[in-house]
Design a protein around this ligand. Sequence first.
Ligand code: B12
Length: 329
Amino acid sequence: MTSGISRLADARLAAGAAAIAGDAATLYHVVSGLMGDGVPFETVLFDVLVPAEREVGDRWQFGDFLVAEEHAATATLETVVSLMAGAFDRPDDGPFLVVAAVAGDRHSLAGRVVAAHLLYLGHRTTFLGADVPAPDLYEYLELEPPSALVLSAAMVDRLVAAREAVRVAHSIGVPVVVGGRAFGPKGEWARPVGADVWVSHPRRVAAVLDTWSPDPERAERQAVDPSPGLVELMSLRSAVLAEAEGRLAPVPGEVRARARDELSILLGSVEASLFVGDTRPTIETLAWQRTTLEAHGVTLADQIPGALRDALRSLHPAGAEVLAAFDRT
Ligand code: B12
């Protein structure tokens, strides 16, 4: 007889293989088979599907998978999470919850997982998807202010955008739960962003919502707004990026396009560092850019920090200091 633990371990392997093959039908059979055997939806979600994504992600990060293979696996997992979530009826009444990812952040899976779990538990939940600009979010929240906004962000360069999303929610009295890597390993950057609460794992959101007593006005008083220097840097963004790009060695078009994206993410991380008064967002980005770009064979990785630092030196010296601090470590 197979034990419950090895049944789950087998399912995790089968789910990972189906995701990597981009085979949503097989993945769906694996998870519906588990549920048919009485395994609860949340176990399938958090102990099979989420670990499968982590495995795919780690292999992509270290160059074992092509970007296209990672996309196929993530899309397959996301399809199945959505299919399963679509099987739960959305109640017509009860507290309304909105889940969204921050502007400029394309990581939608965690938000989708949170939304699926909340729906499963019977909460009236809407998932707005990835990359939701603050003005669009505001318009949506204003239509029917929810009892909470659950905001997800994976990228540290999105901290200022996260602050803007929280600000617009608070402006109409909607409290905000935040989660995801962007907020730091212990959620230390959730407070400057103005979040009412940081939650470490998607599984815990429902329990927090059941027990919290949010106070958006108090959370707003603890938030940090971008300093005049940071606002100035953000207004110089295009000029800084053009200047930095001009400092890169000539390379083929596709490498240049990638380098441009990476420069923009690094600049966003410098902005985040200035915003939270901590060099770690920049250090973290520099570290993964080095590892990931090397693993993916992107040349120019070693030129990106220097090109941005030199561009900042001529246009916004305070920003250059953040990168200079990294030179000294
Ligand atoms: C899948 C993926 C993508 C997909 C996303 C597809 C999609 N539809 O979601 C695509 C290909 C689009 C992508 C793009 C990029 N990605 Co990506 N991606 C990942 C990957 C592999 C998995 C993320 C994921 O969904 N995991 C599943 C979730 C459930 O788990 P998790 O992210 O570990 O989150 C845990 C906690 O943080 C928390 N949590 C997370 N979100 C939330 C939300 C709430 C509300 C709560 C309560 C908790 C919570 O719970 C989770 C379980 O413990 C990770 C690497 C990895 N191994 O995790 C990188 C990763 C997130 N990506 C990264 C990067 C750098 C990028 C790119 C810049 C790559 C590039 N150079 O092009 C772009 C950025 C695009 C953009 N502007 O957003 C970095 C982010 C580093 C950082 N913190 O800034 C990571 C960490 C990889 C790395 N180390 O290099 N990516």
